[in-house]
Design a protein around this ligand. Structure first.
Ligand code: PMP
Length: 451
């Protein structure tokens, strides 16, 4: 009935130019934690797409807020007007942001937010009379977006190689990856300091006066399956940035907006960045929105200097998107959904550990809150990686879809190594029964993919 009512064909036959669009099934409806395709098949959204749909697919409050805004004003160019909804969004974000963050620049998505952050950091040093600063330092296991600047920051060599030379001079250091790199006899804290100190070594090598910023995802998402830092890692990173006068940009596009149990993931690391980017969960799938937030001293350097940040997009600060995001924040903060994330995350980990903890190809189950990853390996004991040419992560995705589960294949990252991660980021409204359904379907998909 759904197929007949809404579209002619259950699979794409299309002029849309997009990744494998011809092979995709058509989504025609959303209901709580499920998406429904044109054949009426239901898919439990175990990854919120890519850590987007934190409220599920049919949130009434967001729907009402967008409708109400549509009845008022849909669009007013930011060169001519501000709107109540955009002002309210900025205030609410600042009230709930890490210490010292006072300004919000609304944008339309994650790559735009990272691009703006890189430009803001650059302009900050120009205003300070330090134009020689050119370099950005990032981490090898990272994704920061697909525009030419953000692409340069991301660690995937294969994503970058066709587009050289890139627009930003970026250098990559090791991520904090205890499962792979923490040595025998080394405590988590010792490991964290050792790996953080790679930033200092890189700064010394480049000359600290030539560096603008260090950018990192607090919990790495799309390239490493919810790779969380060890205690003390980011404290040391913050200290190194301060000692050498470079900015710390945290990319919370994927791990932010409550996904790890606190609105901003970095709250758990006890630090505050100079600039932070958010997107995905801010629109929760109901609006294309992102934002770049910064500390007052960054804003002041520009406001008291040349006067204007040289940036802008036609759709930034879009009232409909801001209305959706305000309702999302109300759901997350005022209705207590973020407060419930850790309990649900613990329940998910318990179910995953129970079902997959002894699986011969499950090397690591990790992450924070409802941002969880599974690293698949050839051998649990040696941690040997699976044959990259088999693309096991992609096979798991396919088998899971056939079982009615959406899970995100985070893989194919560094030189084809360590490439088989599955990312789980279900809606915060997921029930215990749905956690069991997710776990069961995932376990079956992993077995199918590995046979
Ligand atoms: N940064 C991070 C950490 C991301 O995970 C992503 C998207 N996966 C982006 C930036 C880019 O966001 P968008 O796809 O909205 O441009």
């Amino acid at each position: 009935a759904i197929r007949n009512a809404r579209c002619s064909s259950p699979v794409a036959d299309t002029a849309v130019f997009g990744r494998s669009s011809a092979a995709l099934r058509k989504a025609v409806a959303g209901e709580g934690c499920y998406l429904i395709d044109a054949d009426g098949r239901r898919y439990l959204d175990g990854s919120g797409g890519a850590a987007v749909s934190c409220l599920g697919h049919s949130d009434e409050k967001v729907r009402a807020a967008v409708h109400a805004q549509l009845d008022q004003v849909a669009f007013a160019h930011t060169g001519f007007f501000t709107t109540d909804v955009t002002e309210r969004l900025a205030r609410k974000l600042v009230e709930n942001a890490p210490e010292g963050i006072t300004r919000v620049y609304p944008l339309s998505g994650g790559s735009e937010a990272v691009e703006a952050a890189l430009k803001l950091a650059r302009q900050f040093f120009l205003e300070k009379g330090e134009p020689q600063r050119r370099h950005i330092i990032a981490r090898r296991q990272s994704y920061h977006g697909n525009t030419l600047g953000a692409l340069a920051a991301g660690g995937n060599a294969w994503r970058r190689e066709n587009y050289q030379p890139l627009l930003v001079q970026c250098h990559h250091i090791a991520p904090c990856y205890p499962y792979r790199d923490q040595q025998d006899g080394e405590s988590a804290e010792e490991y964290g300091l050792r790996v953080a100190n790679e930033l200092e070594e890189k700064l010394v090598e480049l000359g600290p006066d030539s560096v603008i910023a260090f950018i990192a995802e607090p919990v790495v998402g799309a390239t490493a399956g919810a790779l969380a830092p060890v205690p003390g890692y980011f404290k040391r990173i913050r200290e190194i940035c301060d000692t050498h006068g470079i900015l710390l940009i945290l990319d919370e596009v994927m791990c932010g907006m409550g996904r790890t149990g606190t609105l901003f993931a970095c709250e758990q690391d006890g630090i505050s960045p100079d600039i932070v980017t958010i997107a995905k969960g801010l629109g929760a799938g109901y609006a294309s929105i992102g934002a770049m937030l910064c500390q007052e001293h960054i804003y002041r350097a520009i406001a008291d200097g040349s006067g204007a940040f040289q940036h802008g997009h036609t759709y930034h600060g879009h009232p409909l998107a801001a209305a959706a995001a305000n309702a999302v924040l109300e759901r997350l903060i005022d209705d207590g959904l973020v407060a419930g994330v850790n309990a649900k995350g613990d329940r998910l980990v318990a179910a995953l550990t129970d079902r997959l903890g002894q699986h011969p190809h499950v090397g690591d189950i990790r992450g924070r809150g409802l941002f969880r990853g599974i690293e698949l390996v050839a051998d649990r004991e040696t941690k040997a990686v699976l044959d990259p040419s088999r693309k096991t992560h992609a096979r798991v995705k396919k088998a899971a879809m056939e079982n009615g589960l959406i899970c995100y294949p985070a893989g194919g990252t560094i030189d084809g190594k360590h490439g088989d991660h599955i990312l789980l980021a279900p809606p915060f409204i997921i029930s215990d029964d749905q956690i069991d359904e997710l776990t069961d379907k995932l376990a079956r998909a992993i077995d199918t993919a590995l046979t």
